[in-house]
Structure formats: C-alpha cells, structure tokens
Design a protein around this ligand. Structure first.
Ligand code: MLT
Length: 436
C-alpha cells in the first residue's frame, strides 16, 4: 500500500505549481480591501492566511472542498463502527484523497507503532505530581518530548529545505499517536489505573479508551472517533493560528503543539468546552434537574446582567449552525443512554441551548450569532460519560494537534514564509484613514 509519505510526495509537485502560478500570474492582485474595522476587530472577515487543508467561511468549513456530511459518507470506517475514522480523516487532510481500507489499516498500524513514549519520557510523565492540573502535565510532557524532534535534528544537521517536510511528517505522525498516549498515561496516573500496552489490532480511539479503563464502553469509543474526526481542523481558530505562527519560525512540532494547547486554555476558545459544563451544572444546582424553560431564562438573564459570557454560545466566524453541533445532536439521538438520569441531564442541556439564543439576541448588543456552537454540547456529553472537566481540553487537543500538524507539513513542503505582518498604532491608523 502507498505510505502516507509517498501519498504526500505525489501531491507536492501540483501544489508547488499552483503556488508558482499564483505568484507569477497574480502577484499583485488585490483580493480584499482591509478596513479599520478589520484591524480593530481581530482581523475578522479578513481572508489572509493560506490554509492548505480547509476553507472556512461564515457558512462553515469545507475540507479540500468537502463538507463533514459528504466526508461521513465517503471515508472508510473501522469494522463495527458507524462513525468517521479519525485516521481516515487525517489521511484525507494530508492527501485530499479517500484512503482505501488497506491504506487506512497500514496507516493505523504505522501510527500505533509510534505511540509508545521513550523511556525517559515515561519516567518524566509518571514522575509528575498528580495534583498538577492535567493540562499542565500534558504541556510539560510535550515540551519534554521536544528533545526527540526529528525535524529539529534534521535542521541542526543542515538538511536541505526541500526535504524538511519529511521530518515534520515524522514528528507529526509520532505526535498523532503519542498525544492520546500521553493523555491516557496521565489519566491513568491521576486515577490509579494500570498502564496498557497499545495494540495494532485497535485504532487510536479504542487504544485510548482501553488505557483509561473504558475498554467495554463502545459508545464512548464511537463518540471519541466522531469528536476526533470533527475537531481536527477548524481553519485559523486561536489554537491553530497560534501553532501556525509559532511553527512558521521552524519551531519543532512538539513545542508547536504545546503552544496550541496553551492557546486552547483561553475561555473564549477551547476552555469554553469545560466552562460550558460548569455553567450547566451550576444552573442545575441552582434550579434543580426539572427546571422549566422559564426558570432557565430568568437564571441566564441574571447571569447576563452581570456582564458575563455564556460559554459555548456565539462564534467568532460562523453565522450558520455549527455542523459539529448537528453531528453531536445526531450522535445523542442514535446512542441514547441506558441511564434515565443521563438522558434527563442531556435533555436539560438541550433546553438550555434553545432558551439562551433569544436572550443573547435581546440582551447582548452587536452579537451576530447567538446560537450554541459545538462547545455547548460536547463537554456535557463527555460529562455524561463520566469524563472529568479537567480532562476535556486534552480530549479535543488529541484531535486538533494532529489536524494542525498536517498544515505544518504542507507549510514546509511549499516552503512558505515566516508569518510577520506589520503593526501600527491607533494614531497611525487614524492618519491613514483620514488621508484616504
Ligand atoms: C474551534 O473549533 O476552534 C472553534 O470553533 C473556534 C473557531 O473556529 O474559531
């Protein structure tokens, strides 16, 4: 079967030719007029970062021109699974091709064979005090592993710049497998569980689920596959953009991913997943499990009066319902819990998600999209599965990190420049605006 290295290598000439055409035929073409609003509002609406693997717009995301729904139908699934395989999604992001089942199996075997941490990293990770927050332990272990970066070793040895993508890909594949291994290891350490060897007979999600003691929870493994496929890439979100910026200086992929993780700890970004769970639990503890929509509206109204945000609502980019939220909702419908309490909890979350948008529209001036995004439900489903809030960010980072690393591989394959825009003060901005 064609390896991922060969599949990427086959695609490189046509992509380099396209970059060359853009630069020779359209070097000075204007594609967007930059406004003062763009500059003051976080470059919203400014199409200015080249992204090889997907295209995001207010209408949603397409991966190499395909929607999540299309990919769900096209990508091969693991035997006995009804969810997109994260490994198949990853192959597709790297190559823009649908992998054959044989390619997928070889790819998965390659990944699992890379999962084991070097002995010194195991000792480092297992030696971390279990009262250090999980996120910090993960960032520390990733940073420790940076000494194993094959990319940095190649740069240090003076490898030709045209070959650097291969070393980024080596690191990217190592990290794709090691990230869930680190998460499982830290989870097992914190919860006193034995470490499990990873098996090539299982995919990444099933190995991870087994390591954290959920070997027999098929629904949880299926949920993991779905989330890891859906969260791999969402364009230049804060974590991906942080990784893009950092890696543009040829920072190694381990530290790049650590920087993305740190970016994810912002409450306006991925921390919103856990914050949304805490918000929902606080609401339930204040109003009881049988809260009516009116009770919820009063509670949320008071919360908003305090000038606080409701985590998981609105989106910096999307102006249509988040396709990932639709997929999560479908998952709940097709995988109902056998525990009525869990069903009641998730039903209440759905009520919260329907009550909040009109309130946000009424009470928060200028909010363009008051709808719940994927973060308003994903964490609550994990909570229903018994996953502690402090392990939620890492659950999603297991997917965002490999997704971004595809971009890092392509950045080196295309020889893209370091990111370095100009900065200007408000006084200069005013002077420029007034002379227009
Ligand atoms: C994400 O998946 O990163 C979030 O939806 C945030 C974003 O896209 O800006």
């Amino acid at each position: 079967a064609v390896s991922i290295f060969n599949a990427v290598a086959q695609r490189i000439p046509s992509r380099i030719a396209l970059a060359g055409k853009l630069l020779t035929e359209h070097r000075q073409s204007t594609i967007h007029e930059l406004t003062v609003e763009n500059i003051l509002h976080g470059l919203r609406g400014t199409p200015c970062l080249l992204w090889e693997i997907s295209e995001t717009s207010p209408l949603g995301i397409k991966y190499h021109g395909k929607t999540v729904t299309e990919l769900n139908a096209l990508l091969p699934k693991w035997p006995m699974s009804t969810q997109i395989s994260p490994e198949a999604m990853l192959w597709f992001l790297y190559t823009a091709e649908i992998p054959t089942p044989t390619q997928l199996k070889h790819f998965s075997n390659d990944l699992i064979s890379r999962a084991e941490l070097p002995l010194d990293a195991q000792t480092f990770c297992d030696g971390l005090s279990t009262d250090i927050p999980a996120d910090t332990q993960i960032i520390m272990t990733l940073s420790f592993l940076s000494r194993y970066s094959k990319f940095t070793a190649a740069v240090t040895k003076g490898a030709h710049k045209n070959d650097l993508w291969k070393y980024v890909l080596e690191d990217a594949l190592d990290i794709t497998a090691r990230f869930p291994m680190i998460l499982s290891r830290i989870y097992a350490n914190v919860h006193g569980l034995p470490h499990q060897p990873w098996s090539i007979d299982l995919d990444l999600a099933a190995n991870y689920a087994r390591h954290i003691g959920r070997e027999h929870d098929t629904d949880y493994t299926e949920f993991t596959r779905m989330c890891w496929s859906l969260y791999m890439d969402h364009g230049t979100s804060v974590s991906a953009h942080a990784m893009r910026l950092v890696s543009s200086a040829w920072t190694d992929p381990y530290l790049t991913v650590a920087s993305g993780y740190i970016a994810g700890t912002g409450p306006l970004h991925a921390k919103a997943i856990g914050d949304s769970v805490m918000f929902n639990l606080a609401l339930i503890s204040a109003l009881g499990p049988n809260a009516t929509k009116e009770d919820i509206a009063t509670h949320v109204g008071q919360h908003l009066l305090g000038g606080k945000i409701v985590p998981g609502f609105g989106h910096a980019l999307l102006r249509v319902p988040d396709a990932r939220l639709v997929a999560l909702t479908n998952f709940l419908e097709t995988h109902p819990s056998s525990d009525p309490k869990v069903d009641d909890f998730l039903n209440l979350i759905q009520s919260i998600n329907s009550v909040v948008p009109p309130l946000l529209r009424e009470k928060v001036q200028g909010m363009r999209n008051p709808h719940p995004n994927a973060d308003a439900l994903s964490g609550s489903i994990l909570h229903a599965y018994g996953v502690p809030v402090d392990f939620m960010l890492s659950f999603f980072a297991c997917s965002r990190a490999p997704g971004f690393l595809v971009q890092q591989v392509w950045d080196r394959a295309l020889g893209l420049s370091m990111e370095r825009p100009l900065s200007l003060t408000m006084d200069e901005l005013l002077a420029k605006a007034e002379t227009k």
